[in-house]
Design a protein around this ligand. Structure first.
Ligand code: FE2
Ligand code: FE2
Length: 464
């Protein structure tokens, strides 16, 4: 994969090239001045560009304008000058960029480039990888630096691009897979069965890499009929959960917005290509209704309902899927004690505070929204009800965008499902007999949700 590194220091460029080519399948071109950089950009179809804006003989800012014409879509990494030259207006013109701090090391840059370039880049296998369990490596590090996944939900392709650890006790970990190691299912099974290991851990710094990696697995699995639908749903849940965790931590970074769109597309592809996914989803009990999985459930169910509408298109479903990832992001700005209280038991003051999350979410959206305002509208109306009893504006009926009505219905549905730990089928049985719920929602949306259930049942009877 061709990448271009542009920086004024030729020695730095040479070391970077050497490191990047040794560790990854990158084919690295380098340029220590603007003229040379522009010549290369004209000739080669680069998949990623790093630009240190201190470059001279065409200055960095001119090279940037040139990149905008040729490659405004590809991942870019900028390193700004001591006196910053990048304005918000310039940055808004790029869809997929990351900033790289001046104090960052070459290893940090490699990690960032790998994260942005996945899935097109493969990490070279670690030559010193441990071959047996006795060669695992002990790690002492603070618990807050790790994020976990269930061991039986860990899916891997050939090589893992990040270190995988197990927890021995607080602050003590064992590295069982090194970045670049080939995955060995048998070995993981030993931990699971013999050592009763429940969770695998990886460093939160590797979360972006994990997301890209699992999203690629999801993309490949979505149309593969040989892979069980339950595995696909779990895989989608994993990538969505970790994505929302990252989004809550980082906020709206341009590359994260782009990535959210890609994940939503893969989730939709999975629903579209494999009808058994809906069936599996409707019967699943352990859907982990925590704060991150809430976004996953709302995304998946909203896409399923939107699909039933005649007017659905891939673009509409991308939009609703992406909006669902972001719909509750404003919650991170609310005090922790509010977000921990279930909405059903909130007092009046807590409810007032909670309702602010809608405006807070909209306020956090990037100004250069790539969906022409529809994502903003879905989010701003995701708690409005058909009978006008919703919030924040209390609009009703036709004044609510149909896509918002879908999310509003699914929101209520998921809330019930999570509060009582029900499967979607059990939730539907309870809610559709409740007048107070039914009158709040768009009849067409509810009808299409029921169609989803019927379709799922059909798959059920066909497969039995
Ligand atoms: Fe929500
Ligand atoms: Fe909400």
């Amino acid at each position: 994969m061709d990448i271009l590194l542009i920086a004024p220091d030729i020695e730095w460029l040479k070391s970077a090239k050497q490191l990047f080519e040794a560790k990854n399948q990158f084919k690295v071109s380098i340029a220590d001045n603007g003229v040379q950089a522009q010549k290369l950009i004209s000739k080669v179809n680069f998949k990623l560009i790093f630009l240190n804006l201190d470059v001279l003989n065409h200055p960095g800012i001119q090279v940037l304008k040139f990149i905008k014409i040729k490659h405004h879509n590809i991942p870019l990494i900028f390193q700004d000058s001591e006196i910053p030259v990048l304005s918000k207006e310039i940055l808004q013109k790029f869809k997929n960029y990351s900033m790289f701090v001046t104090s960052g090391s070459l290893a940090d840059l490699l990690k960032l480039a790998t994260t942005l370039a996945m899935p097109d880049v493969v990490i070279s296998a670690n030559k010193n990888k441990p071959t047996s369990t006795s060669e695992v490596e002990g790690v002492m590090e603070l618990d807050k630096n790790f994020t976990k996944i269930k061991i039986d939900e860990f899916f891997s392709g050939k090589e893992v691009p990040f270190d995988v650890l197990i927890k021995m006790s607080s602050g003590r970990y064992l590295k069982i897979l090194h970045a670049g190691d080939s995955f060995c299912g048998e070995r993981l099974n030993t931990y699971k069965v013999d050592k009763k290991v429940e969770f695998l851990y990886f460093n939160i710094e590797d979360r972006p890499l994990y997301i890209r990696y699992t999203n690629t697995l999801l993309k490949n699995a979505s149309s593969n009929k040989k892979i069980d639908a339950t595995i696909k749903v779990k895989l989608a849940q994993n990538v969505c959960d970790k994505y929302v965790e990252e989004l809550h931590l980082q906020g709206f970074r341009p590359y994260l917005v782009e990535q959210g769109k890609q994940i939503a597309q893969n989730v939709y592809k999975m629903i579209k290509k494999d009808k058994a996914v809906a069936k599996v989803l409707m019967g699943l009990q352990d859907l982990r209704p925590d704060v991150h999985s809430h976004s996953f459930l709302v995304t998946l169910l909203s896409c399923l309902v939107a699909r039933q509408f005649q007017w659905n298109s891939d673009a509409t479903i991308d939009t609703i899927g992406t909006a669902c990832f972001f719909h509750d992001i404003g919650m991170i700005k609310l005090p922790k004690d509010i977000t921990a209280v279930p909405t059903g038991v909130m007092d009046v003051t807590q409810q007032k505070q909670y309702k602010r999350h809608v405006q807070l979410s909209v306020g956090m959206l990037p100004t250069n929204s790539m969906f022409g305002g529809t994502v903003d509208q879905i989010i701003s109306q995701h708690h409005e009800f058909f009978d006008g009893t919703g919030f924040p504006r209390g609009v009703s009926g036709k004044y609510i965008n149909v896509l918002s009505s879908i999310v509003s219905f699914v929101e209520g549905f998921v809330e019930k499902m999570s509060a009582e730990e029900l499967t979607p089928i059990q939730t539907a049985n309870k809610l559709f007999t409740k007048m107070t719920f039914v009158q709040k929602h768009n009849p067409l949306v509810m009808r299409n949700f029921l169609h989803t259930l019927i379709d799922a049942k059909d798959v059920n009877s066909k497969t039995q």
